[in-house]
Design a protein around this ligand. Structure first.
Ligand code: ADP
Ligand code: MG
Length: 212
């Protein structure tokens, strides 16, 4: 749940992630020059330790940055200012050492924000995502690497943006939804693993780890 720490680990392990800077409480100060040169515009401003797309703003120009930082600062004491790229959104379910087929997330309008996430019908999910073999292999390899770098166990879901043939890891979900219609179960089904078996395998991973 800490995007800043996650992105540092990803960067260390050569999983591509977009450039970012942090602005922290109490002042939420940032170096405007650094944001301009290193992050660039447009950028996206978000709480660093949140999970439901709250307090998110896409900022097109420097004059709008401060208000966006203060807005995100209502939800967290650390605010992330990250380069914004337009692209296709992909998510990879991981179980143990297996990466499932990519799911593509297509919000019907704009960002995959709170409304698109939680209003039925506002987002289309394509599983498996229509991608060439090479991209599938690449994104799955990055997902497994991210899973290990972040020391996740059992299962998880890693999110990416594919922009102009380049993949960037957005974040990892350490407790992804596990209802019968959630994305990881959908991806598992596409890999030939029905919901019941998926649950059993996850329970087995947890059991094995208790003996260590
Ligand atoms: N750097 C970015 N470039 C483009 N879109 C982004 C970027 N960061 C976030 N988004 C969009 O905002 C959504 C939510 O951001 P995310 O970082 O996943 O936060 P949360 O933890 O709230 O899910 C993403 O699913 C994506 O649609
Ligand atoms: Mg997310």
């Amino acid at each position: 749940m800490d995007k800043d720490v996650s992105k540092r680990l990803l960067r260390d392990g050569q999983v591509p992630t977009l450039p970012w800077r942090l602005a922290s409480a109490p002042s939420f100060a940032y170096e405007a020059d650094m944001i301009e040169d290193f992050v660039g515009y447009p950028c996206i401003v978000k709480p660093s330790k949140q999970g439901s797309s709250v307090g998110l703003t896409v900022v097109e120009q420097p004059s709008a940055l401060e208000a966006a930082v203060l807005q995100a600062g209502r939800f967290d004491d650390e605010v992330m200012i990250e380069r914004f790229v337009r692209g296709r959104e992909l998510t990879i379910g991981v179980m143990g050492d297996q990466a499932f087929p990519p799911v593509e997330i297509r919000p019907k309008k704009g960002l995959y924000d709170y409304e698109s996430k939680y209003t039925p019908g506002m987002t289309e999910y394509l599983c498996p995502a229509p991608l060439d073999e090479e991209t599938v292999a690449q994104v799955q390899a990055y997902a497994l690497r991210a899973f290990r770098l972040l020391k996740l166990r059992g299962y998880g879901r890693i999110d990416f943006i594919l922009a102009k043939e380049q993949l960037f890891c957005l974040e990892a979900n350490t407790l992804p939804g596990m209802t019968a219609t959630s994305l990881l179960p959908k991806a598992a089904a596409a890999a030939g693993i029905p919901f019941g078996e998926l649950c059993e395998r996850i329970a087995q991973f947890a059991g094995i780890q208790q003996h260590h």
